[in-house]
Design a protein around this ligand. Structure first.
Ligand code: PRX
Length: 571
């Protein structure tokens, strides 16, 4: 490949001698940072928050929170105390190690206190996007047999309490009205709780967080991560985020997504920096304002957001002060080279792409501040991780050959289970010794990795993974829909948008009103981001003889490409 290399810049955690660090690195050195090294026991909430309270960082700002109505800061000591209190609230309810506790609310300080308090009792936290509708909430709580949920009055109607026998406790944040029997007011419980708390020390392999994510078939999978992941969160906070003591760091991701926890909670706080959280909706103005007002120095976001900012124009950028910004990163979808060049033009910073997945628990292939980057490339594996391109038999392929992006098993943050589904878990490891990502990529002669696409049908819209099967299942619940096939259609801003092909039941006419109604049906039943932006009615959909919708053929139709082998298609 003939691409321009953008030279290295200066980073504190110098990886300009990458080859040497890579060759000699041992995770055991990083482990010495944490309490289990001496005591055998650990807890993420202790390492991320409480530990700093015993140092000069005690009164340092840990969290800067703002939205349209709130503008607040919390020190490490305050977060420690608040999460102690919430730990006592949970413990008072009998919630203990290993229990599943969900948080279902918009980004507010209470969300972060809830997550930390949950970890402090040793329970497993399950974060949900506030955009989820009832069916999505039910699937996740049911699958994990959650015992408690922390939510808000606005979202409470989407929690089907009566249909979830395991769910014993509903804690409501910010309720102004009388709560129903069995519901607990967060504020009232916190007011009564003591701030003295004995943290639950756990083993490094004990469950910590459960993130649900989509595959191409079946319901969302519960990806379980353990406390051990902290080793990688901490170290990538240095190598990749380049975090330093005086950094003001902003990760724009919602904690419903793994980026919003691993790099919106754990990595920054394990490294003791000041973490910015911006609530409310995205607008280019409010994001630029956030960078300026809080003097953000390290900024981690996603290609869709950068493309929307780019679309808002260079003139807007000039109205804001970005002089404190020193490092910009991206994750979740392919980062287009033109976005990298735009970043250099308007912020005077390269945007550093990082590749990883919900399942990998932490960053794996990245561009580093102190290394030359090739725009369009995901970069190189972090030290301590061996990534490669393999064929379907597990043979490693030479440079510039496209194949399965795979990682040798055994990095610290790797998922440990798919909840309740060992068979699904095993599917990732069907080639012995390798975690097979489901992405296709190639590696160039210099060891840079280049993303090519997904091997399965999973759709990546604005960085969010959407399983086509889940959307199709919802679509066919609509009385007018006989069959549905869902694909990702390339889109300049969102990466992909969801397009649905629908065959109607007899007696229904393909009208614009019906299209709108079906879209609304998915939006209200599943989630706004899962609703098809485009719908096309067809008399019949291409299916295999066994009745499976052939998404590959739909995609070829859409893109005007050859349909390939049709031997398994029914007449
Ligand atoms: O296809 C890859 C894409 O997003 C998938 C992972 O999605 P999710 O688990 O929701 O992401 C969690 C956050 C890391 C991958 O299999 N993806 C992620 N990062 C990149 C990417 N595609 C291209 N370039 C990236 N940097």
């Amino acid at each position: 490949m003939n691409v321009e290399k953008i030279p290295a810049t200066e980073g504190r955690f110098n990886l300009s001698n990458y080859d040497e660090v890579y060759a000699n690195f041992d995770w055991a050195e990083v482990e010495k940072q944490f309490s289990w090294h001496e005591t055998g026991k650990v807890n993420m909430a202790y390492e991320a928050i409480d530990r700093h309270v015993l140092t000069d960082r005690k009164d340092k700002t840990a969290l800067i929170y703002s939205d349209l109505t709130r503008d607040e800061t919390y020190t490490y000591a305050q977060l420690s105390e608040l999460s102690n209190k919430f730990g006592n609230v949970l413990r008072g309810l009998g919630i203990a190690k290993g229990d599943r506790v969900f948080v279902f609310m918009p980004r507010t300080p209470e969300l972060y206190v809830s997550v930390l308090g949950t970890l402090k009792v040793g329970a497993i936290v399950g974060p949900l996007f506030e955009a989820f509708m009832e069916a999505a909430v039910r699937d996740r709580l049911e699958n994990s047999e959650a015992v408690a949920i922390i939510t808000t009055p606005a979202l409470l109607p989407r929690v089907p309490v009566n249909e979830l026998p395991a769910l014993k406790h509903v804690i409501v944040v910010g309720s102004k009205d009388e709560l129903a029997e069995g519901q607990i007011s967060f504020e009232a419980a916190m007011a009564e709780a003591s701030s003295d708390f004995e943290i639950e020390w756990v083993d490094r392999e004990d469950g910590m967080i459960l993130h649900y994510t989509s595959g191409s078939t079946g319901k969302p999978k519960g990806v379980l991560h353990v406390h051990n992941a902290m080793i990688q969160h901490y170290q990538t906070g240095k190598w990749v985020l380049d975090l330093q003591e005086d950094d003001i760091y902003w990760c724009t991701a919602d904690p419903g997504w793994v980026t919003g926890t691993a790099y919106g909670i754990f990595a920054p706080w394990l490294n003791g920096v000041t973490n910015v959280v911006r609530g409310g909706r995205f607008t280019p103005e409010s994001w630029y304002e956030t960078v300026e007002k809080y003097k953000v120095s390290v900024w981690y976001s996603a290609p869709t957001s950068f493309r929307m900012l780019m679309g808002a124009g260079d003139e807007l950028v000039k109205k804001y002060d970005f002089s404190n910004l020193r490092h910009v990163l991206s994750v979740g979808e392919p980062l287009n080279p033109e976005v990298v060049y735009w970043g250099m033009r308007v912020f005077n910073h390269r945007i550093h792409d990082t590749w990883w997945m919900t399942e990998t628990g932490g960053q794996l292939i990245c561009n580093y501040k102190s290394m030359a980057i090739k725009p369009g490339s995901m970069g190189k594996p972090i030290p301590g991780v061996y990534a490669s391109i393999i064929d379907d038999q597990g043979n490693e392929l030479p440079p510039n050959r496209m194949g399965n992006l795979a990682v040798k098993v055994g990095w610290p943050a790797m998922m440990r289970q798919i909840w309740n589904n060992p068979a699904k878990y095993q599917e990732y490891f069907h080639i012995p010794g390798w975690y097979v990502s489901g992405d296709s990529a190639y590696k160039d002669e210099e060891g840079y990795f280049w993303f090519q696409g997904r091997i399965d049908d999973v759709i990546n819209t604005s960085g969010e993974r959407v399983g086509p099967f889940e959307v199709e299942s919802k679509l066919v619940e609509h009385p007018a829909v006989a069959e549905a096939g869902v694909i990702g259609k390339p889109d300049p801003v969102r990466g992909e948008i969801i397009k649905a092909f629908i065959a109607l039941r007899a007696g229904y006419e393909p009208t614009d009103e019906l299209m709108e109604e079906i879209r609304k049906f998915v939006k209200e039943g599943l989630a706004a981001h899962a609703a098809p932006r485009e719908i096309e009615f067809r008399d019949k959909l291409p299916k295999t003889r066994s009745g499976k919708i052939m998404r590959r053929v739909l995609k070829a139709w859409e893109l005007g490409l050859p349909t390939g082998d049709l031997s398994t298609m029914e007449d």
